[in-house]
Design a protein. Structure first.
Length: 406
């Protein structure tokens, strides 16, 4: 299996090819036992010396309620498939004939017009082997009606301990959460919210399960400062050509305070990402049912006031070829837009902004349940480089087209 890896070297950030296949999806439960925890150090570079640590974010209560996930049902949709075709598909997964007969039998087969869906027993699905469940998920995720399979909940790359910390879930529910998690490509994922909710001991735990599964992972990133820091060079990196704020004047006094040795880099961001970081988009930020996504986020990085022209999902290619942007040469610079494209069609799939080392600013999807966060680039790519060849490109805002005023 090929991988696309990004490493900072003396020559800059290097990129290797990445391809995956749906056949390569591991069938064991997701595990992040070896993931680093606590404060980690970045690779040194023109950005200075950075340290970072993972955090968990939960969506607002009203978003959880509005999502409808609390009342989620286990239903498998097979659009435009006949019952015979559905049975044949399930047979390819290794599902026992007795289970196929059960899942497609009375009480579990739903006909809506000429469409067929299945509502298999929760305990029967929970009891399937990881290998069989994974193969069933591969089939289900090809149709967007199967929301939890087409767009599974991401499990924290830093591990379950952080994801379930003070979650309010019972130990038995946490064990089931772990058991039913799996890897899609290399991304730890979870699709069985209805099963997990059925194990709630009361309404409060049901609520806590839903909020925990909807948690998102982010990073807090801090710049380490001392009297020996080359502040001129470091602030030159963070004060890109698209910014006018004198960051050296802001940071220099901190190097003379022995009791202050770090600066949260949120203070070094342009106005829009500084305001959005660690928050969830408001419905008022959208137009109709179209809300800010990764492209809106990335293209507005240097904007003093974000533009909703970037909500237009049909114009992503146009944005990259208009007068504001140009293909960037390595090494990348602060704020460069990283575009992940489908290697076969060339269509953009994701965008984020380069911050430093392998840290990016991103919003993973259009859903209001996904916040604006810092993440490791490797972990962002795991969510998009799953079952097809992909390519990554860097774009840079032309200095003469800056919109930032600080």
């Amino acid at each position: 299996m090929g991988r696309k890896l990004f490493r900072w070297t003396t020559s800059g950030l290097i990129c290797l090819s990445f391809t995956t296949s749906a056949k390569e999806i591991p069938t064991t439960e997701a595990s992040a036992a070896d993931a680093p925890t606590g404060v980690q150090l970045s690779q040194p570079g023109p950005w200075g010396d950075l340290e970072y640590f993972p955090i968990a974010l939960e969506p607002p209560d009203q978003y959880v309620t509005a999502s409808g996930h609390l009342e989620a049902k286990l239903v498998w949709h097979f659009p435009n498939k006949t019952l015979t075709e559905i049975i044949d598909l399930l047979a390819t997964t290794g599902l026992q004939e007795s289970d196929i007969n059960l899942f497609t039998g009375p009480g579990h087969l739903i006909r809506t017009g000429d469409q067929i869906s299945l509502q298999p027993p929760l305990d029967a699905v929970e009891g399937l082997s990881p290998e069989v469940r994974s193969k069933i998920y591969v089939i289900l995720r090809q149709w967007e009606q199967n929301e939890f399979y087409a767009k599974p909940f991401p499990v924290f790359s830093s591990g379950f301990d952080l994801m379930v910390h003070e979650s309010g879930m019972s130990p038995s529910a946490i064990d089931i959460f772990k058991k039913l998690s799996y890897r899609w490509g290399s991304a730890p994922s979870f699709s069985d919210l209805p099963i997990l909710l059925s194990h709630a001991q009361n309404d409060h735990e049901r609520w806590r399960i839903a909020k925990t599964v909807m948690r998102s992972e982010g990073l807090v990133v801090r710049l380490k400062l001392s009297a020996q820091s080359d502040l001129e060079s470091i602030m030159t990196y963070w004060s890109s050509s698209a910014r006018r704020k004198n960051l050296k004047v802001f940071a220099e006094p901190l190097t003379k305070m022995p009791e202050v040795n770090t600066l949260d880099i949120v203070h070094l961001l342009p106005p829009t990402p500084r305001k959005l970081l660690y928050t969830y988009a408001s419905p008022l930020m959208g137009i109709g049912s179209t809300f800010p996504d990764c492209f809106w986020t990335a293209f507005n990085f240097f904007a003093f006031e974000p533009s909703n022209r970037y909500l237009d999902t049909t114009s992503h290619r146009t944005f990259l070829t208009d007068e504001k942007w140009e293909r960037a040469t390595l090494p990348p610079r602060f704020g460069d837009v990283i575009i992940v494209t489908d290697g076969e069609t060339g269509e953009p799939m994701h965008a984020c902004n380069f911050i430093a080392d392998d840290i990016v600013f991103t919003k993973n999807g259009r859903s209001l349940l996904r916040p604006f966060v810092f993440m490791k680039l490797e972990n962002v790519l795991k969510n998009y480089l799953k079952s097809r060849r992909s390519e990554v490109f860097f774009y840079r805002l032309k200095s003469e087209d800056t919109e930032t005023v600080e």
